[in-house]
Design a protein. Structure first.
Lengths: 236, 322
């Protein structure tokens, strides 16, 4: 089995109890920073709203009660705003929802209340020392400290954005006479499936890497690869 | 069977499952959920097949996201809130306290030693206490517990004052708890800092009241909620130290793995300690300032301390630690 040592993609493979593997698509730090800034805006708006609503109702409630209600509301908002959203059905704060992200546990499921608390309370330290979130760049799954402590990941929920256009149909089926590893066969097949996204020149450029297998260059080589992919799909 | 055949034969069922899951996710018409687990398992099987046979990203991506959504629905941990709470209070929390009894000792010492040192220092040399409190806090303490200060009961006479103080304690003290826990991520230094600082500060208040005020007023006020508040802080300190030690001495695990594991063990301590602090705010807001004789207040305070002792030592013992 030719398994590559280190993959270049951000897919996180998880094996589930059902006996199969799923691939989670991990979101990077930049997108998460945007999501955080969006959430900050939402929170500021919520604080202003709370002040206005309770400020107006203070005439009926009395000053002390109003101050108390503002205390409670701010406490809940500051500490539990992300927690409530992350354990909800959407699994994401509004900022993350807008960007199509979701917080999950390491098996891809929704976080528990406690895990979400851990994840978000650690953020207070990361706000005091703003260099700490940078460590998520060093982690292959882009986990910040809070994610590590809670065992959580931030993943994409929306489907892959680049639509898959099938490449040109195979003109004929070309048998492959060389023993290939599974990875290599998968690469040839996915070349066919993804080649619809590329220009003619790009196809030829990538196809030239398979010179040794096809024995041809340029668009002829591409046609051969597509033919081989067709044969492989029929014979696997 | 090749790819097209596979897709043709299964596609209808996949769309069907997609529709049902959408319904349960609240993005479509309501559906009957009975059939979903079976269909989910068949889709899992299809995904494994498609991956093994390399049917390409078109099919695999579709099945992958379908499986993830199905998994989320089926493996949702939706235990009843009531049952979970009872389980937590009578089993999980006290058992994890006893399991981490060494951390309890450490956390307690880190708080109590600075506390008593500071309190005691006031009888020798008041300058340390004054340096820690600062002029504003000293004035505030004198206003509340000074020899000729208005009693707390009088200050709380206004409508809603009790409620306001209760929320103030929730916001401040539970907030401090959360910071105490978060500080653990800095190899425990943050937690140690907050524990020592709180010990020094509270000790300084006691010392200053001894020096310049009326200790009776302070002691009757704090008697009721002292056990909840101080023990709650110490318990949250344990959670922070747990995380800190996991980073300092990860043993055979990597630091990241060790942190994840410690997070799981620290969680009951964090929640339990924060709940205790919340209860302290209730007592402090609605009981501690009542105009009741000092002896009753001392009695209630001692009762709560004994209650904590019994709870920590005996509740949930013998049950399987969760």
């Amino acid at each position: 089995m030719g398994k590559l040592e280190r993959r270049l993609d951000t897919l996180q493979t998880v094996e589930l109890a059902e006996g199969m593997e799923i691939h989670l698509r991990i979101a990077g730090p930049f997108l998460r920073l945007y999501a955080y800034l969006l959430d900050l805006v939402v929170m500021i708006a919520a604080v202003i709203l709370i002040w206005i609503v309770i400020g107006i109702s203070s005439f009926a409630l009395g000053g002390n009660v109003a101050v108390g209600l503002i205390n409670l509301a701010l406490f809940v908002l500051l500490w539990f705003y992300p927690v409530f959203f992350e354990v909800s059905r959407k699994g994401a704060t509004p900022g993350k929802m807008v960007l199509g992200l979701r917080v999950v546990n390491e098996a891809g499921g929704t976080l528990t209340f406690g895990a979400s608390m851990v994840r978000n309370f650690v953020r207070i330290v990361e706000m005091i020392f703003p260099f700490l979130p940078l460590f998520s760049f060093l982690n292959p799954r882009f986990q910040r400290l809070g994610d590590l402590a809670a065992g959580s990941l931030v993943v994409y929920t929306r489907d892959r954005q680049d639509p898959v256009y099938l490449g040109p149909p195979a003109l004929d089926s070309i048998p492959v006479n060389v023993a290939l590893t599974r990875e290599e066969r998968a690469a040839i097949i996915s070349f066919r499936h993804r080649s619809g996204n590329w220009s003619e020149a790009r196809r030829a450029e990538l196809g030239n890497h398979l010179n040794s297998l096809t024995g041809q260059a340029g668009s002829k080589g591409v046609a051969t690869i597509v033919g081989m992919a067709h044969w492989l799909e029929d014979h696997s | 069977m090749n790819r097209q055949e596979f897709e043709q034969r299964k596609s209808a069922e996949w769309s069907n499952l997609d529709l049902r899951i959408k319904g349960l996710e609240g993005r479509g018409p309501a559906v009957e959920p009975e059939k979903i687990p079976g269909m989910f398992r068949r889709v899992c099987h299809d995904l494994a097949l498609a991956q093994y046979r390399m049917y390409g990203s078109l099919i695999c991506d579709r099945l992958n996201s379908l499986s993830i959504r199905g998994y989320r629905l089926i493996h949702r941990s939706k235990g009843g809130f009531g049952e979970c709470s009872i389980q937590f209070v009578f089993n999980t929390f006290p058992n994890s306290l006893r399991r981490e009894w060494k951390l309890f000792v450490v956390s307690s010492l880190v708080f109590w030693i600075p506390f008593f040192l500071m309190w005691w220092s006031a009888s020798l040399e008041i300058a340390w206490v004054q340096a820690i409190l600062g002029p504003e806090m000293m004035m505030q303490v004198e206003g509340m517990y000074g020899k000729d200060a208005d009693t707390v009961e009088y200050l709380r006479g206004e409508h809603g004052a009790n409620f306001q103080m209760f929320t103030h304690y929730i916001k401040n003290n539970v907030g401090i708890d959360f910071k105490l826990f978060a500080g653990g991520i800095l190899y425990g230094i943050g937690t140690l800092f907050f524990l020592v600082f709180n010990g020094l500060y509270i000790g300084a208040v006691f010392g200053y009241v001894d020096y310049a005020g009326d200790p009776e007023k302070l002691l009757t006020f704090v008697a009721g909620h002292s056990s909840f508040e101080l023990l709650g802080m110490i318990v949250v300190g344990m959670a922070g130290l747990k995380v800190g030690f996991a980073l300092l001495a990860p043993g055979r695990l990597s630091r990241a793995q060790s942190l994840t594991q410690a997070g799981r063990y620290a969680l009951p301590l964090l929640i339990g300690g924060a709940l205790m602090t919340g209860l302290a705010a209730v007592v402090e807001g609605f009981w501690s300032a009542q105009a009741i004789s000092g002896n009753v207040k001392y009695g209630v305070g001692i009762f709560f301390w004994v209650l904590h002792l019994v709870y920590f030592l005996f509740v949930g013992r013998g049950q399987r630690g969760a």
